[in-house]
Design a binder for this molecule. Structure first.
Ligand SMILES: O=P(O)(O)OC[C@H]1O[C@H](OP(=O)(O)OP(=O)(O)O)[C@H](O)[C@@H]1O
Ligand SMILES: [Mg+2]
Length: 184
């Protein structure tokens, strides 16, 4: 699928599939090196992290476990409500585990700063973050990300797991949305 399959709803492709692939390779190599000989639980944050989780985990030369949480702070709009809700919790016990949270994006940082402290309270050995995207100019909370793909401008983006009103998650690239789509 490419931009022409979507039509005028996309403004600009920010990151191509090739750029995402290159970064996934680099992130996986770092994770492999850092967790060599250690147990590792990948925690994917639904729904946005599905693509990163699938692509990153397949690149690891390292046995891992995977678990999933669903949290939501955005509803159907383009602004974080700031209130994080657990929609689905982990099934795993985190006691003594090395946990790596896998995310698509750190925008305001409110979701991950809340999630890191929530998971830390469950007795893990370590909690780190891997995120494909970050918007430095949108930060409202400090988030210490260990494995980062790309810093991007403070614009609403879709694709590679990211949605606008549940659409566009399946785009294999990251793009900005044309203002007419969200009434801008
Ligand atoms: O840094 P923040 O401003 O908190 O934004 C980042 C979070 O927002 C998105 O999730 P969303 O709540 O939209 O749920 P979704 O993954 O199901 O789309 C995204 O996947 C991150 O989890
Ligand atoms: Mg969303």
């Amino acid at each position: 699928m490419d931009q022409s399959d979507v039509g005028p709803d996309l403004a600009e492709v920010l990151l191509t599939e090739e750029q995402l692939t290159k970064k996934l390779d680099e992130m996986a190599a770092q994770i492999d090196a850092d967790y060599a000989g250690k147990d590792l639980l990948l925690v994917g944050v639904l729904k946005g992290a599905v693509m990163v989780m699938a692509d990153l985990s397949r690149r690891l030369h390292h046995p891992v476990q995977m678990d999933w949480m669903a949290v939501s702070s955005y509803g159907s709009g383009t602004k974080s409500s700031g209130v994080v809700r657990i929609l689905m919790d982990l099934r795993s016990d985190l006691t003594g585990r090395n946990v790596l949270i896998v995310e698509d994006i750190i925008d305001s940082g409110l979701t991950l700063s809340w999630l890191v402290s929530n998971l830390r309270s469950r007795g893990p050995e370590s909690v780190e973050i891997a995120s494909m995207l970050r918007k430095p100019d949108a930060a409202q909370a400090d988030v210490d990300v260990k494995y980062l793909g790309y810093d991007i401008p403070n614009e609403f983006v879709v694709g590679y797991g990211l949605d606008y009103a549940e659409n566009y998650r399946n785009l294999p690239f990251v793009a900005t949305l044309a203002p007419h789509v969200y009434g801008g």
